[in-house]
Design a protein around this ligand. Structure first.
Ligand SMILES: *[C@@H]1O[C@H](CO)[C@@H](O)[C@H](O)[C@H]1NC(C)=O
Length: 314
């Protein structure tokens, strides 16, 4: 029955309706930021792998964050760039489902990991004497494994449900990648149950990790305020502020898109918010979380001096 009723073999990704010129400008912007994000994230992963000084829980979390970011941007951006440049902006049905799966599972793992990282910083800053006793290598591995498992298992059932829906009618997706809501709009059967599952999934994950992240940052700010020297306070604040900007952007845009039961704002607004998630935060994260960090800068200098940077020898 299901196989008979699905006669859509590909979707058309409408992208950003605009003239050729607009598309060329967007192509250039997105291409450049994608390359920068890739390079930034690769540098971080390479540094954490190669440098002994960075073999600690915080940097393992950061390297995993970079890896997840590379994964989900790569699921979305290259295809979007190709479509900017081609007449037929199509994507095969199965690639579309795969894109949904990778985007949402890597994204979910990333939110889980952001909460873990804020908890790690909370321990290190507010509870420094007990930090090494609590955040052991074992706990670190466990938390990382949990974040990967959460993302890749929780997203599987709804993705399978979506892949089995009947699609018979129009196949144009008003988006630049296969986001789940525009796809559900095209299904020719009742999708309220799947929408409900997705809503509960995203709400639990996003609001849960947002809660943990906010509590951690609020405690951190409380501790920072008690630092006696003005200079130390200022430095701690500038780090905190940049983290908060990224976290706010990421949570803000994702909650805006995915945590709304009625789905009543327009898909065009969702598209703009998705740009924040897929283009802007992956670009900012490496610079804000690590490349400004003193220890990371030293490791970078060290590696470039030894000239073994092309990974091979480390
Ligand atoms: C993610 O964390 C695990 C466990 O700490 C580590 O072995 C792995 O290398 C990390 N992944 C990346 C890409 O660094």
């Amino acid at each position: 029955m299901r196989n008979q009723t699905r006669n859509v073999t590909e979707f058309i990704l409408l992208g950003f309706a605009g003239t050729k010129r607009v598309e060329l400008v967007l192509f250039t912007l997105f291409f450049i930021s994608y390359v920068f994000a890739l390079v930034g994230n690769f540098i971080i992963i390479a540094l954490v792998w190669c440098e002994r000084t960075l073999h600690s829980p915080m940097y393992m979390f950061i390297a995993n964050l970079s890896f997840l970011e590379t994964l989900y941007t790569t699921a979305v951006i290259p295809k979007m760039l190709v479509n900017f440049m081609s007449q037929r902006k199509s994507i095969a049905f199965h690639s579309c489902i795969l894109q949904v799966y990778i985007y949402f599972s890597a994204g979910s793992s990333e939110f889980f990991l952001l909460a873990v990282m804020s908890f790690d910083r909370y321990l290190a800053i507010c509870n420094p004497l007990r930090y090494t006793a609590i955040m052991t290598l074992r706990l670190c591995l466990l938390l990382i494994a949990a974040s990967w498992m959460w993302g890749f298992f929780a997203v599987l059932p709804p993705t399978i449900l979506v892949s089995q829906l009947p699609f018979c009618g129009p196949n144009s997706i008003n988006h630049f990648f296969c986001d789940v809501d525009p796809i559900l709009k095209l299904a020719s059967s009742d999708v309220r149950k799947i929408e409900m599952i997705n809503f509960v999934n995203s709400a639990l994950l996003l609001l849960g990790s947002l809660l943990l992240t906010s509590v951690s940052y609020i405690s951190i700010i409380g501790t920072v305020l008690r630092i006696p020297s003005a200079k130390g306070r200022q430095k701690a604040f500038s780090t905190c502020a940049s983290h908060l900007i990224v976290v706010t952007l990421f949570y803000g845009s994702s909650i805006f898109i995915y945590v709304q039961p009625q789905k009543n704002h327009s898909l065009d607004l969702n598209k703009v918010a998705s740009i924040l998630n897929t283009v802007i935060t992956p670009l900012l994260n490496p610079f804000i979380y690590s490349l400004r960090n003193k220890k990371v800068k030293e490791a970078l200098r060290h590696l470039t001096r030894r000239k073994i940077f092309p990974l091979i020898n480390c």
